[in-house]
Design a protein around this ligand. Sequence first.
Ligand code: SF4
Ligand code: SF4
Length: 453
Amino acid sequence: MPVNEWFLLITIGMLFLSLLYAAFVSFKENEFRAAKLFLFTLCDPLIAAAFIYFEYPYKTEIIWIILILYWALALLFLIPFGKKKSFENRIPKTRIDERDIMFSRAELVEGSPHFEAYYKRRPENKAKDDEFRSRPGLLSSKALFAHSFAFAAAEASFETIGALKNEVEGMPSASPSKGNAKEVTKYIKNWSKKLGATDCGITVLKDYHLYSVGGRGARYDKIYEKKHDFAIAFTVEMDHRMMQSAPKGSAIMESAQQYLESGRIAVQVAHFIRKMGYDARAHIDGNYEVVCPLVARDAGLGEIGRMGLLMTPKQGPRVRIAVVTTNMPLIADTAKQDAALIDFCVKCRKCADACPSQAISFADQKDIDGAKRWQINQEACYTYWTIIGTDCGRCVSVCPFSHPNNPMHNLVRSGIKNSALFRSLALELDDLFYKRKPDSKPLPEWMNVNVEH
Ligand code: SF4
Ligand code: SF4
């Protein structure tokens, strides 16, 4: 057999096995449309094999052309191609007032001094907030996706997080240890992963990481000053299968569970640091003094995408974040801007297409508070939550970066990072294999219980 036929045989053999693997992985991921399409594409290497088997004029030349086409396609993944734009103005000039975020506004009790003071200061928000107050509410039995078991399970997680409230702060219990900053940093990063974190990064704490004024619980109206030097950010992964059914009850069950997991890790690490003789505060669900996505981005854990969430390299936005701030000397990470990810977000807009409340912008990044970024319509998003009873998560579940962390999707992720041409192709392929507006999957089978609405 001539050498070009051998090359083609090896190439299509590799392609055949890769497509078979992709079909198997998609089947395991509950993505039956993608699995069927991958099985269908097996025809391609089979047709190419026919070019080796049969005799016809110009066979040598045609086989070389087929080989070149295959390898040119493969190089799209591997060769850095296309200019990577760099995105400037990433540092906000003003700090966010926590009293303006929806969770704070949702806690305002009608007629209370905080309620009156808030709408006197922000009269433009009153009508929008009255709208969500007229809806059934988060975890309400009257909500559209009410599921008594899922909602009780989510509440159980939130209440367990509440039980950690008094553990977030405390006094150092010893005089400061003389550990080497490099070793302590390495120790904390490895230990947090052992505790269940997907990733851990460290940044120098900046003013803009902190809310300007507290907006929840006893911290309402408290003015925050920077008192720590470093922030340690942790991400934990949200289960892919649970999020595939977003915006149904599994989504809020999973996000509550992972708020708890990330919070538990932060509380443990804060306790550890205090035992080493330094001050530390854990920032966990309902108890943040910092804006977690900003801290996590500066700690090198990802970029902030179109939906305003942290987009991590291996799980995309399918993560929850917690933070520990401390005065313990640590070594900060160097956060590199992931321009390819932002460029993909500029092109993609899949979350904006899928958002049931049209809360996500289709436009390019805008200057907001001195930084170029996207901002969602938080009132539209939260009002939708109060109609359906869950925290939705549809944007998270449809994002092409949310696919599981495995060799098949990681190959696509590295192509996206390398090549602007491939970024456009990857988007088309994601739409083809998973649909532009992927269907929300049925709840996991084990969640099918007799639910009273
Ligand atoms: S769905 Fe697309 S546009 Fe939205 S965050 Fe993900 S990559 Fe960006
Ligand atoms: S959580 Fe749901 S409503 Fe909110 S932005 Fe995402 S898709 Fe839209």
